[in-house]
Design a protein around this ligand. Structure first.
Ligand code: FAD
Length: 456
């Protein structure tokens, strides 16, 4: 079939307004806000229903056209830019909020529901509940974020967002619908198990195993009050025992680290940012008191900040966005990596060195995940989008960081193509065997986001 016939079939499925192969429509889908080199896209299609997704997948199989599912397209690591052309399946129209279950605390939503949309909906209709959302722009989707093991302000307490998926409705690569979790045998989407856990197949697999059309995500009680406590550490070596101590208690809702060489007053310090919550001011006061004691005994310093600063940080942690413009031209991409707590001092040293070697202002940070079980540590590299050499410099720094993280025993998170290759080189051979076998079985025509997680 030629491209005119393919487009006409896609238009027949989703309607003329929601399929295109016009250059001006494809342009934005051929790139993302990170440092990846743009790659060509052949079609963009925006389905509205699971039946439309099924028809598209069946047709793509018949014609052997690659499909890349996309939410907000905001990972920064180029994950929704097709590697081998084909269709970008933009899920934004599947944005229905089907159910908010107050009793079992979950939201059943379409894959196109954005974090901003769910936050707004809950604020208005269920103000005592809060969803697991990242600090990403509000157009990021709940599905896209949970599917890459994203993290947010609830992750210190409850784990990464992949762990918060209760159930999925998936269109498999053969076009069949599969339900996973309690929804596979009940009308209630309240839990993921106890069943053989295949939801994991669809997380961090970057759209290579199927297309998620619906998901149930856990919701959490929203505390009445929230405050922020800043600490300062000069020597990164004190961080693992101090964080271990804090996360041994129920004091911190969220725990972040920030390390930046700019502005000058930040240089040489690690900023420890702890969010505390409670039902009363008394509860917050007692948490603050204990934290101050931990800081004192852990050789860190409590840092009192003006209410104006607290308010800004309570709205959203500020580091990444400000750092993005260090080089002007507004570009930044980071290697986020999952590392064990005790590696934090080492990774700070590595991040500083790679940044300075690339003439980039060191900008790093971390978010604790699951009560100190791991940390998502990011090393961010800013670049001038208007200067191709500068973008290449950032790409080089990112690649070096991926290598260093793997050497350290960490795992690069939402890794871009080059990072995925490095991971695969190091991965246990039987893990690779499983990955390849499952993928070939589910997707014999290799249409699902080919080029990603490709085992030789
Ligand atoms: C300023 C800034 C701050 C950020 N802060 C955070 C943060 O605090 N925490 C965090 O976790 N991330 C953060 N991010 C990274 C990223 O933006 C988020 O993780 C975001 O939520 C990803 O969601 P998305 O909808 O953009 O996903 P996309 O980029 O659209 O997709 C992510 C992956 O999931 C796949 N996918 C998407 N939808 C489907 C589907 N329906 N079926 C199958 N596969 C699918 C895609 O193919 C891709 O591989 C930040 C990014 C920026 C720019």
């Amino acid at each position: 079939m030629n491209s005119v016939e393919i487009l006409s079939k896609l238009e027949e499925i989703v309607g003329k307004d929601f399929a295109s192969n016009k250059k001006e429509d494809l342009y934005i889908y051929s790139q993302d806000p990170g440092a990846s080199i743009p790659r060509p896209v052949d079609y963009v299609v925006m389905p509205e229903s699971v039946e439309e997704v099924q028809q598209i997948v069946r047709y793509a199989n018949q014609e052997k056209i690659p499909i890349v599912p996309m939410g907000g397209g905001l990972t920064l690591s180029g994950l929704v830019i097709p590697v081998k052309g084909g269709i970008v399946l933009d899920m934004k129209r599947m944005d229905e909020i089907y159910e908010i279950n107050e009793m079992s605390r979950y939201a059943l939503i379409g894959a196109g529901v954005t974090t901003g949309q769910l936050l707004g909906y809950l604020d208005e209709n269920h103000p005592r509940l809060q969803p697991p959302v990242p600090d990403a722009p509000p157009s990021a989707t709940i599905a896209g974020n949970a599917l890459i093991h994203g993290s947010g302000y609830l992750s210190q307490k409850f784990g990464d967002h992949g762990a918060m998926i209760n159930g999925l409705e998936v269109v498999l690569p053969n076009g069949e619908i599969c339900k996973l979790g309690s929804c596979a045998l009940s009308d209630s989407w309240f839990t993921r198990g106890p069943l053989p856990d295949f939801i994991g197949l669809f997380t961090s697999s970057f759209g290579t195993m199927g297309i998620i059309t619906k998901l149930s995500i856990k919701l959490f009680p929203k505390p009445k009050m929230r405050d922020i406590v800043f600490g300062l550490a000069k020597d990164p070596k004190i961080l693992p025992p101090l964080i271990n101590k804090i996360t041994h208690t129920d004091i911190a809702e969220d725990l972040l680290l920030g390390i930046q060489d700019k502005p000058d007053w930040m240089k040489g310090y690690v900023f420890i940012i702890v969010y505390i919550t409670g039902e009363t001011q008394g509860e917050l006061d007692s948490k603050l008191k204990i934290l101050k004691k931990f800081y004192r005994k852990g050789e860190a310093r409590y840092m009192k900040v003006p209410p104006r600063i607290s308010e800004i940080f309570l709205e959203k942690p500020q580091f990444a966005a400000k750092a993005a413009d260090f080089r002007k031209g507004g570009g930044f991409e980071y290697v986020g990596s999952f590392i064990p707590l005790d590696k934090i001092p080492e990774i700070i040293e590595i991040g500083s060195k790679i940044s300075l070697d690339h003439d980039i202002v060191p900008t790093m940070g971390a978010r604790l995940i699951g009560k100190g079980h791991s940390a998502m540590f990011f090393i961010s590299y800013s670049f001038n989008r208007a200067d191709p050499e500068d973008v290449a410099n950032a790409r080089d720094a990112l690649h070096e960081t991926d290598k260093a993280v793997l050497e350290l025993g960490g795992i690069p998170w939402k890794a871009e193509l080059a990072g995925q290759k490095l991971i695969l080189e190091k991965l246990d051979p039987n893990y690779k065997f499983l990955l390849k076998t499952i993928r070939n079985t589910l997707d014999p025509n290799g249409i699902m986001n080919p080029g990603n997680w490709e085992v030789e």
